[in-house]
Design a protein around this ligand. Structure first.
Ligand SMILES: *Cc1c(COP(=O)(O)O)cnc(C)c1O
Length: 347
């Protein structure tokens, strides 16, 4: 039976063309920095974002955690939104890996305002406080329902960081969704961020792989940390090839995923079991159910129709559109969503 999996854009499988490209890769030992395909991916991604160097890693959690460790020291602090993946979904890794504390900002749908960031910067030369070192943004914001910062909004936060001598990191797990939606050029990001983590295993459809980007000096320190964490891979070029293929072929098509997410939003807004839908801006749809269904009952009702979705908190459901969602699947899901409306009982 065909399963429509809307739980995450991480569930995509390599396309036949991608697999062919992977098997044809020329590889070497990447710990010796001798894998030409990994080297090409790192250089390509760095150039795309206007930064000097890149580091290929097995996951976005690792690229984020390496960046945080490279930017901070024990007894220092990271500022991020309260919903940030680096805080909520990386297992407490900031404490474990970096012995740093976190200041949580109450942003709007995952987005912080420059004044909020500035408010959380600690006074200097006061032994009571941790020392603020790093600000981290997420683009797009997962818990914000795929909301995104525009370049102008990023520039305003970067200005605060520069004034206070703080590093600025981007968790860009879905940065290509933001770039496509805002119709912006990644090369401009390099002007504002000291480091950027990009994931190729989400909407871009590679089976594995994230790249950390930054200055040559930052990446060479990061390479040491990656080795310590056990992330030094050998003939990783087979995986990097999938990422190269995805960067060349799967970026522009993200518009298609955004269009599909919008189609879900439209249906959900007309459904009598929905209380509210977070405005859909990219490929994530987060909605709240009214009392007709609990989130568990709703997920089960979808599962009965071979549709997988995530419960995203009490009464909350998340759908994520991606490369493997066909038009046929879309039609099926829309039909099921319509059928879940409960009719008023007539006597
Ligand atoms: C998925 C994701 C990551 C990285 O996740 P991995 O599964 O470790 O690759 C980081 N940040 C955000 C916002 C994400 O959605």
């Amino acid at each position: 039976m065909l399963i429509t999996d809307l739980r995450s854009d991480t569930v995509t499988k390599p396309t036949p063309e991608m697999k062919e490209y992977m098997f044809a890769a020329i590889v070497g030992d990447d710990v010796y920095q001798e894998d030409p395909t990994v080297n090409a991916l790192e250089a390509k991604a760095a150039a795309m974002f206007g930064l000097e160097a890149g580091l290929f890693c097995p996951s976005g959690t690792m690229t984020n955690q390496i960046a945080i460790k490279a930017h901070t020291e024990p007894l220092t602090e990271v500022i991020c939104d309260q919903t940030a993946h680096i805080y909520q979904y990386e297992g407490g890794g900031i404490a474990f890996n970096s012995s740093a504390s976190v200041a949580l900002v109450q942003g709007e749908r995952g987005k912080m305002k420059p004044a909020q960031v500035e408010y959380y910067i600690r006074p200097l030369n006061n032994i009571h406080f941790p020392e603020t070192k790093l600000v981290a943004l997420e683009n797009t914001c997962n818990k914000g329902g795929g909301s995104f910062y525009t370049l102008n909004e990023i520039a305003a936060i970067a200005e605060v960081c520069q004034r206070h001598n703080l590093a600025l990191h981007l968790d860009g797990a879905r940065v290509f969704n933001a770039l496509v939606a805002a119709n912006e050029n990644p090369v401009d990001y390099g002007k504002y961020f000291d480091s950027i983590s990009i994931c190729i295993s989400k909407g871009l459809g590679a089976p594995v792989g994230s790249v950390l980007l930054g200055s040559r000096e930052f990446i060479s320190r990061s390479r040491r940390i990656r080795k310590v964490l056990g992330g030094g891979m050998r003939q990783a070029g087979y995986l990097a090839a999938a990422c190269n293929y995805a960067l060349d072929n799967h970026v522009e098509r993200l518009q298609e995923d955004h269009r599909k997410a919008k189609a879900f939003e439209e249906i959900l807004l007309q459904s009598n079991y929905v209380e509210s839908v977070l405005p859909v801006e990219t490929n994530i749809v987060i909605f709240k159910l009214n009392s007709m269904y609990t989130d568990a009952a709703f997920v089960q009702a979808l599962a009965n129709e071979n549709i997988r979705a995530s419960s995203f908190g009490p009464q909350m459901i998340r759908f994520v559109t991606h490369l493997d969602i066909t038009d046929e699947m879309m039609n099926h899901v829309i039909q099921v969503l319509k059928s879940l409306n409960k009719q008023a009982v007539t006597v």
